[in-house]
Design a protein around this ligand. Structure first.
Ligand code: MG
Length: 249
C-alpha cells in the first residue's frame, strides 16, 4: 500500500531526514585510512541519538549497527567492525537512517579514503550523478519506470552494471513502504507518482556486471565479479512543485 503524506507530515519527516543527512555527512567526513568501520558507525550513532532520534537500521531485522558500511566490491549491508580498518584508496559506501517524529529518513553515499583510482572515482561520480538523473523524474503524474530508466540509461551508457536484486523503496512511517523503486525500468511504465509520495531513490551501480551475491554473514552483498560498487541515496518527496530532496542539508 502506498501511503501519501500531508504537507504537515512532510515537515515532520523532513526533520528526521535532516538528522539522517547530518549523520551521513559526519560519518563520511570520518572516512580515512586507518579508521575502523566500527568507529565510523559510532560517530553516526552518537550524531543521531544526541539529536533525540533513533538509528533506524539498528536491530532492523536483526541488523547489529547504525550504518551499513560497504567497501570496494561490497555493494550494500556491510556490517561495521572494529577489525575492518579502512585502507588508502578504498571506496566506502555508508547507508544509514534516522527515525524522528515517527518518520524515517534514509540516505547513503560513497566516500573516498585518501586517493582513489581514476576508475573508482569515475564509478562513484557516475553513481552520484545517476541519483540526480532519477530524482529529476520524481514528478507527479510520472511513473516509477521513468526514474529507473533514467538511472539505468545514465549508468549503462557509461559501461556500468545495474544491481537489480535490490531496489529503492517508498519510505515514511516505515523504512520500507511501497512502491519498490528499481534502478532500471521503462519510461511510462510502473506505479504512477502522486503528490505526497515519499521514496528512497538509491542507485547501486557496479563497475562490471550487476550480478551480486550475499555473503555467509547473511547481510553483506558483494559483486559476483569482485569489481567495485558504489551507492548513493536520497529520500525524496513528490510534490506539486516537483521533487524535493528531504535528505538535503
Ligand atoms: Mg534505502
Amino acid at each position: 500500500m502506498i501511503v501519501l503524506k500531508t504537507t504537515k507530515e512532510l515537515a515532520l519527516m523532513k526533520e528526521a531526514c535532516v538528522i539522517a543527512a547530518g549523520a551521513l555527512r559526519a560519518a563520511g567526513t570520518a572516512v580515512q585510512p586507518g579508521v575502523s568501520t566500527a568507529e565510523i558507525d559510532k560517530i553516526a550513532y552518537d550524531y543521531i541519538t544526541k539529536r533525540g532520534a533513533n538509528p533506524t537500521f539498528l536491530n532492523y531485522n536483526g541488523f547489529p549497527a547504525t550504518a551499513c558500511i560497504s567497501i570496494n566490491d561490497e555493494v550494500i549491508h556491510g556490517i561495521p567492525s572494529k577489525n575492518r580498518v579502512i585502507k588508502e584508496g578504498d571506496l566506502v559506501s555508508i547507508d544509514l537512517g534516522a527515525t524522528l517524529n515517527g518518520f524515517v529518513g534514509d540516505n547513503a553515499a560513497t566516500f573516498a579514503a585518501g586517493r582513489i583510482s581514476p576508475e573508482a572515482k569515475r564509478l562513484s561520480d557516475t553513481t552520484r550523478e545517476s541519483l540526480y538523473e532519477g530524482i529529476k523524474m520524481a514528478v507527479a503524474g510520472g511513473r516509477v519506470g521513468d526514474i529507473g530508466s533514467a538511472v539505468q540509461r545514465y549508468c549503462e551508457s557509461r559501461g556500468y552494471g545495474i544491481v537489480r536484486e535490490f531496489t529503492g523503496h517508498g519510505v515514511g512511517r516505515n523504512m520500507h513502504e511501497d512502491p519498490a523503486v528499481p534502478n532500471f525500468g521503462t519510461p511510462g511504465r510502473g506505479v504512477r507518482l502522486l503528490p505526497g509520495m515519499t521514496i528512497a531513490i538509491e542507485p547501486m551501480i557496479n563497475q562490471g556486471s550487476g550480478a551480486v551475491k550475499v555473503m555467509p554473514d547473511g547481510w553483506t552483498v558483494k559483486t559476483r565479479d569482485g569489481k567495485l560498487s558504489a551507492h548513493f541515496e536520497h529520500t525524496v518527496a513528490v510534490t506539486p512543485d516537483g521533487p524535493v530532496i528531504l535528505t538535503q542539508l
